[in-house]
Design a protein around this ligand. Structure first.
Ligand code: AMP
Length: 207
């Protein structure tokens, strides 16, 4: 099963991708996580830092090369969950030319909720687990692995506003793109995590 997750930053794609990966035994491919795992002293690491600090997208040809390399790995033979890719029409066109998604799950959430989720988000530096400032109660380390909790550079308010603008202009058009392809399923992703997941399971089990 080849699953593409569409939706603005903060829509909950990462959290749901982890749950789908666990239930269906598929690899979770997050282009954002791949970029963040690059060493900052490498050419690619530097390019990523430059674009993401401004809330901008990394150029398509770089993203496409990284995704292509990742999809060649054995664990993708039976499918995968794409989280954060495609993010532009040229990326989607290249992906659909070569690979095809069986389903594109579109996570719909209001702008106000996205702002709150992103600007309040703190992340474990070690395992990537997400936290929200409203429920952290002053803790500074991850309850799962003991790693330090940090606010991602690109989750700071000015950068978040820019990321949401970039989403509107470059990524939102993918909703129409996948509607035309005929595999789009839209979800109300402002609901609690478990409710959203139940809906996803219903959709995937009926494919
Ligand atoms: P994310 O964690 O998915 O929000 O990604 C963090 C940052 O990585 C984005 O703001 C972009 O700079 C970059 N990035 C991740 N995926 C893509 C993509 N498919 N196309 C372009 N840039 C990307």
């Amino acid at each position: 099963m080849r699953i593409v997750l569409l939706g603005a930053p903060g829509a909950g794609k990462g959290s749901q991708a982890k749950k789908i990966a666990e239930k269906y035994g598929l690899p979770h491919i997050s282009t954002g996580d791949i970029f963040r795992s690059l060493r900052p002293d490498t050419e690619l690491g530097r390019i990523f830092a430059e674009y993401s600090a401004k809330g901008q997208l990394v150029p398509d040809e770089i993203v496409l090369k990284i995704v292509e390399e990742r999809l060649e790995k054995d664990d993708c033979k039976n499918g995968f969950i794409m989280d954060g890719f495609p993010r532009t029409i040229p990326q989607a066109e290249a992906f659909e030319r070569d690979i095809h998604a069986d389903v594109a799950l579109n996570f719909q959430v209001d702008y106000g909720i996205l702002m709150d989720r992103l600007t309040g988000r703190w992340t474990c530096k070690k395992c990537g687990a997400p936290y929200h400032v409203s429920t952290m109660n002053g803790i500074t380390v991850c309850s799962k692995c003991g790693g330090e909790l940090i606010q991602r550079e690109d989750d700071k308010a000015e950068t978040v506003a820019k990321r949401l603008q970039v989403y509107d202009s470059q990524t939102k058009p993918l909703i129409e793109f996948y509607e035309k392809v005929g595999v789009l399923k839209t979800l109300d992703a402002s609901k609690p995590i478990d409710e959203v997941f139940e809906k996803i399971v219903q959709i995937l089990d009926n494919l």
